[in-house]
Design a protein around this ligand. Structure first.
Ligand code: ADP
Ligand code: MG
Length: 617
């Protein structure tokens, strides 16, 4: 519960607490609010006049952190202690990012490829969630300093293509920073909100959001009708942005000055890149640039620069065409084009986008602030100050479960509206099958092994029945944040269970706290422990079911069967006590095999009973 205050003048209740909007960016992050007096969103400025906080965290030898511009300055001197682009690692395993490992100058741990990535700084290990939480903490601190009040509630934005695991990770980072994350919203949706597009009742618009940041490019096609947002398609390139422009300029200058490419001159190379960025920004408003690196004069004209970046810009335009095709739309059907990201300040970018869409683009708001401003508008809606709008997004990837032969069975196809619910019925493959493994995957390939596993659980306690008799309802529920909940229920038996799961890389409350204490070695043990706990839980359920079954149906069993069952139950209990996962699995299977014949017998008898005196239609 938030605190409330009374407005002395009017006698009305005031919500004391402001909900902030946060753009947690790959390159820069910032925080915004909707002003209570003007009802306009504004990005919060520190005394330094800057709104952007570079998404960079530096650690000193004692593990103390510095965030933002001071950390950015240490990128050159201490690359292994200065963490950038952590957003790229959110909710990912090493396997997910191994292809891009060369991109990072710091140390990403690679000895357990399936676990969440960890970053090593000195002798400490950090998860991307922790690292992001440092950035969020810094933003929170700044906002509290500027607004002179505590901040504990926020809306945070993520790219439209972020998976459940990545959204959950972002949410966890917020919680770790002491923020109650009321909503995770898509960046293009936020940008549209900042421009108030579709805010009027009865308005229907199709919008293209072109977002060129520091290292990533995203194009999203949305529709807004009656205040409801829907993402029709997303496209882009996760390694294309302003940094590539800087690199192109640096390479251009390097061509006639071979000394800069000298391997040892790391700091010098970094200086070249910094000057290149300076030149790029200068050329946004000027026709030519002159600078100096290490005593050498460097120059660049707007025309030269345009020539260098033309291929990069062309790639973004191709992605725009692909997004339109995916959305099934013509260029002429786009009503508004919104420019997002610092790199859209570059004149060639703006001109090219205008030309492609054949219309003037929205660039009235600062492109590097627009996402945070929109998040603030959403926060304002959640605070109850704006009841006009509702947000609806789509799933970026298909969601489904593994069926026989390792096939992916899609329950919610990609680009489905969020929130969403879908269900399908499945049955058992084997006679007397007591449990069913539900493995949840995300992706577009036919075989689950090519997709990404989100989670897995066992529906246990299915009473023995012939194969194909059990009716298992599997339900997928995606909430407004895009977080998935899966439940399974056996209908025929009435002894149904339903289970809720979170994405594999998402974390429970307890796990987040635990994570702070755990090093990588512990993380490995955690996985083993979890597997053991799961096996033991399943085994205990099996013991329980069998015991109940025996109590009820003893007369159907031979003496030998009773002895065999009792012996096996004892063995299973011993395996549980010994905490031996493989032994537990094996003993559970064996108990299943022993009980199958008499379980079927009981089933047959029950069926005969049910048929007696009844007409068969
Ligand atoms: P992200 O969304 O990736 O966090 P931003 O939207 O903040 O990033 O964009 C950062 C990029 O914008 C950087 O590459 C920066 O050099 C570039 N940028 C900032 N100002 C300008 C400018 N005036 N002209 C051209 N590029 C700019
Ligand atoms: Mg951005």
């Amino acid at each position: 519960m938030g605190k409330v205050a009374i407005n002395i003048a009017t006698g009305s209740l005031l919500k004391e607490e402001i909900i902030v909007g946060i753009d947690l960016g790959t390159t820069n992050s910032l925080i915004a609010i909707v002003r209570t007096d003007t009802h306009q969103p504004i990005a919060l400025k520190e005394i330094d006049g800057l709104t952007l906080v570079p998404s960079i965290v530096h650690f000193d030898e004692h593990g103390n952190t510095t965030v933002g511009n001071p950390a950015k300055e240490l990128l050159i001197a201490q690359p292994e202690r200065t963490i950038y682009s952590v957003k790229r690692l959110m909710g990912k395993s090493y396997k997910d990012v191994s292809r891009d490992a060369g991109f990072f100058a710091y140390n990403i741990i690679d000895d357990d490829t399936d676990a969440l990535v960890k970053i090593q700084v000195g002798d400490r290990y950090y998860s991307p969630i922790e690292l992001s939480s440092y950035i969020l903490k810094e933003l929170k601190k700044r906002a509290e300093h500027i607004l002179k009040t505590t901040i504990s509630k926020a809306v945070i934005t993520v790219p439209a293509y972020f998976s459940d695991a990545q959204r959950q990770a972002t949410r966890d980072a917020g919680r770790l920073a002491g923020l109650d994350v009321l909503r995770i919203i898509n960046e293009p949706t936020a940008a549209s909100l900042a421009y108030g597009l579709g805010a009027k009742h009865g308005e229907e618009k199709t919008i293209a959001v072109y977002d060129l940041g520091g290292g990533t490019f995203d194009i999203s096609i949305l529709t807004i009708s009656n205040g409801i947002f829907e993402v029709l398609a997303t496209n882009g390139d996760t390694y294309l942005g302003g940094d590539d422009m800087d690199n192109a300029v640096a390479a251009y200058w390097n061509k006639d000055r071979a000394l800069w490419s000298d391997e040892g001159a790391k700091a010098l190379r970094q200086e070249v890149r910094m000057t290149a960025e300076q030149a790029k920004k200068h050329l946004t408003n000027n026709e030519s640039f002159e600078g100096e690196i290490n005593g050498c004069k460097v120059t660049l004209t707007r025309a030269e620069f345009n020539g260098l970046i033309q291929p990069l810009v062309d790639r973004t335009i191709t992605a725009c065409a692909n997004a339109l095709r995916d959305a099934g739309l013509q260029v002429s059907q786009i009503d508004e084009v919104v420019m997002v990201g610092g790199s859209t300040r570059t004149p060639l970018v703006k001109e090219s986008v205008q030309k492609f869409f054949g219309r003037a683009v929205h660039d009235e708001l600062n492109p590097d602030e627009v996402v945070a401003l929109g998040a603030a508008v959403q926060a304002d809606i959640l605070a109850g100050n704006n009841t006009e709008m509702l947000l609806l997004d789509v799933t970026p990837l298909s969601l489904g479960i593994e069926t026989m032969g390792g096939l992916m069975d899609v329950l919610i196809p990609r680009n489905s509206k969020i929130p969403n619910k879908a269900g399908r019925q499945y049955t058992t493959q084997k006679d007397g099958q007591g449990s069913m493994r539900i493995s949840v995957f995300q992706g577009e390939r036919d075989l689950v092994k090519d997709n990404r596993k989100l989670s897995e659980f066992n529906l246990t306690g299915i009473p023995g029945m012939p194969a194909g008799m059990a009716k298992v309802d599997v339900t997928f529920l995606i909430d407004a944040d895009g977080i998935l909940k899966v439940s399974a229920k056996e209908l025929r038996s009435g002894v149904a269970q339903s289970i809720e799961v979170k994405p594999q890389y998402g974390l429970t409350d307890e796990e987040v706290e635990q994570m702070l204490l755990d090093s990588l070695t512990h993380a490995k043990d955690d996985i083993k422990t979890r597997a053991l706990v799961e096996a033991a839980t399943e085994a205990r359920q099996m013991l329980d079911t069998t015991e109940k079954f025996l109590a009820k149906h003893r007369e159907f069993l031979t003496e030998e069967e009773i002895t065999m069952t009792a012996d096996q139950m004892r063995l299973l209990q011993e395996a549980i006590d010994a905490q031996d996962k493989d032994r537990i699995h094996h003993a559970t299977e064996t108990l299943n095999d022993i009980s199958r014949p008499y379980a079927e017998r009981v089933m047959d008898a029950a069926l005969k009973d049910a048929m007696r005196g009844k007409k068969v239609i």
